[in-house]
Design a protein around this ligand. Structure first.
Ligand code: FES
Length: 413
């Protein structure tokens, strides 16, 4: 379900929020099934990773992309981030983010009106809030001398606009610069980009794990149109290394075909498919200078609070997994090419004509399908899942502040 569009395609209608679908409560290994219940599921739970297990709604004290800049103007826009309902509104060019709940009777301020400059009025009784500090600054239906005026306020959130996206700080105290939560190469370089932002079903951790998952791409995506003319490996030998804020998958062996005892040979090779790139972007014969200077040892990297980087020799694909509520994730994907001028414009045209539909559409829709239907823990991990356990262990080492769970449905939006 597309929640918003690429910067190149503003004005798209907002879809209806999906129905929240709760996962069944976690059952620990060996715990008895209720009499007459479904067959016993066995495997590991997530007790080994207690911080991660508790982070159903993600982590505080990070900047999160919540909407395209082009999608927010004078009209209030509701979003839900880490279970917090927020209204975005632009005033005199600056985007403000406020708690989307009027303290009077709990009506969403995102349904409100813009009566006075720098304010937002609740649609019910006209309580009017200052966009800068969230303080009640006029009470239209109680006259200019309303005694409650100035004595009530709604929470406000720090906002920053970068790379065509609105970032909101979900955290406590003074935020660190938004650049600290951006991939480093996007801070200082010029680039062209295209992207999509969707709200998808499933917890954000499943989406993040899917992104960094070593095992699935070569099998699940070998039917994707994006890979129609490229061979996918059958299996790899992989390790995970830590570089700064990033974990990176490094492929030590790539096997394009294999003979499986008693069942036969498996290969994705076909006469119409060509062999793909080397096993790291810097090893290709033609590498974009910015990407080459990054000295990446592998294509795929992940970092907190849930950002994936898939680097190819000529472009980089990024994904942000922004928790919406326990059962939905805002899936922000951008494709970046470090070019200017005509090359940049050609890339943007190519993005709109092909990449947006083939890669950011059909290819990652296969991921969305798996994230939606996945039901873990319990789980029985296998050798390639070292990528998942490395990511979980990294979270335990950093130990970010877990966003407390909310009760009831937040209404994904
Ligand atoms: Fe907002 Fe009454 S509910 S003004």
């Amino acid at each position: 379900m597309t929640d918003s569009q690429a910067p190149q395609a503003p004005g798209a209608a907002r879809p209806e929020a999906p129905m929240a679908r709760r996962r069944p409560a976690t059952r620990r290994t060996g715990e008895a099934e209720p009499a007459g219940g479904p067959p016993r599921q066995t495997g590991q739970d997530w007790r080994t990773w207690p911080v991660y297990a508790a982070a159903e709604l993600g982590f505080r004290n990070y900047w999160y992309p919540v909407q395209w800049s082009s999608q927010v103007g004078r009209k209030p826009v509701p979003v839900t981030v880490l279970g917090e309902r927020i209204v975005l509104v632009r005033d005199s060019g600056k985007v403000h983010a406020l708690q989307d709940r009027c303290p009077h009777r709990g009506v969403p301020l995102s349904l409100g009106r813009r009566e006075f400059p720098g304010t937002l009025s609740c649609p019910y009784h006209g309580w009017t809030y200052n966009l800068g500090d969230g303080r009640l600054c006029a009470v239209i239906t109680d006259g200019p001398n309303s005694p409650i005026n100035g004595r009530v306020s709604v929470a406000t959130y720090p906002v920053a606009e970068r790379i065509g996206l609105i970032f909101v700080w979900i955290g406590d105290g003074t935020p660190h610069p938004v650049e600290a939560d951006l991939p480093e190469e996007l801070v200082d370089n010029s680039f062209a980009m295209g992207g999509r932002s969707d709200i998808r079903r499933g917890n954000w951790r499943f989406a993040a794990e899917n992104g960094f998952d070593e095992g699935h791409a070569k099998y699940l995506h070998n039917t994707a149109l994006w890979r129609l003319f490229k061979v996918m490996p059958t299996w790899n030998v992989t390790r995970v290394i830590s570089e700064g804020k990033w974990l990176t998958r490094v492929q030590d062996q790539v096997h394009w075909e294999a003979e499986f005892p008693n069942v036969g040979k498996f290969s994705n090779k076909r006469w119409w498919k060509r062999m793909p790139l080397p096993d790291a972007p810097g090893k290709a014969s033609k590498v974009n200078p910015v990407i080459g200077s990054m000295n990446l040892l592998g294509f795929v990297s992940i970092r907190l609070p849930g950002i994936l980087r898939v680097a190819y020799p000529q472009f980089i694909h990024y994904e942000w997994y922004v928790p919406v509520d326990a059962d939905h994730v805002r899936y922000v994907q951008i494709m970046v090419r470090f070019e200017r001028g005509m090359q940049a414009r050609l890339f943007q045209a190519k993005y709109l004509i092909a990449i947006r539909w083939l890669f950011h559409g059909q290819f990652t829709a296969q991921d969305a399908w798996m994230v939606d239907v996945m039901d873990a823990p319990p789980e029985r991990l296998y050798r390639p899942d070292l990528s998942l356990t490395a990511w979980r262990r990294h979270v335990e080492d950093v130990a970010p502040t877990v966003q407390p769970a909310t009760t009831g449905s937040t209404g994904a939006r």
